[in-house]
Structures are given as structure tokens and as C-alpha cells.
Design a binder for this molecule. Sequence first.
Ligand code: HEM
Length: 139
Amino acid sequence: MTDNEQDNRVEITPYQAAGGLEGLTKLVDEFYAQMDTLPEAQTIRNMHPKDLSTSRKKLTYFLSGWLSGPALFQQHYGPINIPGVHKRFPIGYEERDAWLLCMQRALAAQPYSDELKNYLLTSLSIPAERIRQVNAGEF
Ligand code: HEM
């Protein structure tokens, strides 16, 4: 674009790019479907309750606010500290990678651009690594 051309592009939030609440619900449903079936994810699946409906809802609501959409998690459940809520689970490198693998597979099944898929996976790997570090007592 030259200096004389007007930039008419409208900035959208990652929440909107991910399809809003409907898109995030599909992503999280697929994420937990992957967790239910991938052998690599069996250990982390066993950390979750048998019925995943609340886990699904909480992750969907969390991602909404985290991606600059409505802060649904806080509205429904109050404040959250991601490393804090994971302290009671034994999460090391394998568990972190299994979680990210489920997310990578779930993202692959969405009608998102490669750019958005890469952005979301890279962004989510930061809190995932942070959870591992806190659980390992590294900070
Ligand atoms: C690093 C690997 C991770 C593992 C193994 C893991 C595992 C878990 C488990 C077992 C629960 C409890 C589920 C339940 O009781 O319903 C949970 C809750 C949750 N996780 Fe993770 N998680 C990981 C990473 C993440 C990341 C990266 C995020 C978000 C960026 C996230 C967001 C949440 C949320 C929002 C909850 C609900 C917390 C609550 O009950 O208040 N998790 N996770």
C-alpha cells in the first residue's frame, strides 16, 4: 500500500477471527474429542472428570476473554489464575506437550487461516509452559 491509499481494513479481535463464541465452542469440542482419543493424551484425560461438559464450558469461556472477546469466565466463575488452577495436577513436559498436541489437532480441524492457527498455538504455548514451570517449582 502506498502512502496515498487509504487503509480501509477493519481491525478484528482474535475472538472474532476465531468465529466468536460459536467458533470457540467448536474448537474446544474438538480439543476435548482429541483428548478423549489420542493415546498421547491419556494421562491428561485422566486428570479431568469423566463428564467433560464443565471443562468444555470453562475453557471456551476462558478463551473468549483471553482472545479479547467477552470475559465470560470471570462473569460466570470469578477471577482465574491459570498456573494457580493447575498446581494440583502433575504437569511436566509430556503433559504440556500432550495438551498442545490436542490443541494443534483441534485447530487443524477448524476453518481458520494458517496464520490464525499458528498464532493461537504459539500464544497458548506460553501459558502451557508457564504451568509446567510453576508446577516444577522453577519460579
Ligand atoms: C499444560 C497443559 C495443561 C493440562 C494438562 C491441563 C489440565 C487441566 C485440568 C486437568 C483441569 C481441570 C478440569 C476440570 O476439573 O474440569 C484444567 C482446568 C482448566 N484449564 Fe487446563 N490444562 C493445561 C493447560 C491449560 C492452558 C494452556 C489453558 C489456557 C490458556 C488452560 C485452561 C484451563 C481452564 C480455564 C480450566 C478451568 C479452571 C477452573 O476449574 O476454574 N489449561 N486444566
